[in-house]
Design a protein around this ligand. Structure first.
Ligand SMILES: [Zn+2]
Length: 277
């Protein structure tokens, strides 16, 4: 038996304002693992669920989009969705394990080259980042054309206040060269999300693929809401900076992203059991 695996899931047992004060009620618990095999399977299942959730949200665009989670035992390697497989068809058995050079070490499918370029560069530059999500979405990409950050127009949008960046480097040029990955990876220091101008959205998590996936869906939703508000022609009322920071601290953390993903995971596990195949 291996020593207790020290993963962010174990070390960050952060509680939130939502924790029930009453004993004995059903409430999600962050899992603890005593071996790499169980933690690896857990991460792969959640990665698949994240892909299935993206499919439910209509975040697919042909073969574009890639989600990654580091292997718990070999953090220099990461699991990702296979190239040219629809998010709705991703399952545990068709995931691929790749290194930072884009070499597939496990799995039969090819890797998305643009995916490995950007993710590998960020994963390599930021050892603390364990999961990332990227897709070419309707509202995120539309908002990215404006080249500006999201405004705190709601409590939900405040979750991203001072916690995302707009990347202008390599904007609009398909990122298949390794140089492109290196140009954008510096920006991910200490933030959970990035809007890549003329391209789309990225999220990064130091906690879990569940947090990265939820915050990605949340960011897409916030971009949609801001575009809707701006389309009215009226100037929205902003949440003031101090309240935005308060909201971000309480409802914008990695743990809260993980917690938000739990009902999504449970729903998928019940309705799409083939994802475990
Ligand atoms: Zn892309």
């Amino acid at each position: 038996m291996l020593d207790k695996v020290k993963s962010p899931l174990v070390t960050e047992r952060k509680k939130s304002i939502y924790d029930p004060t009453q004993e004995g009620l059903i409430y999600p618990e962050i899992p603890v693992f005593d071996n790499f095999e169980s933690e690896r399977l857990h991460r792969k299942q959640r990665l698949v669920a994240a892909c299935r959730a993206f499919a439910l949200e209509g975040l697919d665009y042909g073969f574009a989009g890639h989600l990654t989670i580091r292997d718990p035992e070999h953090p220099e390697l990461y699991w990702t969705n296979p190239m040219c497989v629809h998010f709705a068809q991703v399952k545990v058995s068709n995931l691929i394990l790749a290194d930072h050079k884009g070499m597939v070490l496990e799995g039969k499918h090819a890797i998305n080259r643009a995916g490995f370029v950007l993710h590998a560069a960020v994963h390599e530059a930021h050892p603390d980042i364990i999961a990332m999500c990227h897709a070419h979405t309707v509202y995120g990409t539309a908002f990215a054309a404006l080249g500006r950050p999201l405004d705190p127009i709601s409590q939900d949008a405040a979750a991203f206040f001072e916690d995302h960046v707009v990347i202008k480097d390599e904007a609009g040029q398909v990122a298949v060269e390794e140089r492109a990955g290196l140009a954008v990876c510096d920006w991910f220091k200490g933030v959970k999300a990035a809007i890549h101008q003329n391209h789309g959205l990225f999220t990064a998590s130091r906690h879990s693929i569940e947090a990265a996936a939820f915050w990605f869906m949340a960011l897409e939703r916030c971009c949609r809401q801001q575009l809707l508000v701006e389309a009215t022609g009226h100037k929205p009322v902003m949440v003031p900076p101090d309240r935005s920071r308060y909201s971000r601290e309480h409802v914008g953390s990695e743990y809260i992203g993980w917690l938000h993903f739990q009902p999504i995971y449970d729903h998928l596990a019940k309705t799409q059991p083939d994802m475990f195949a």
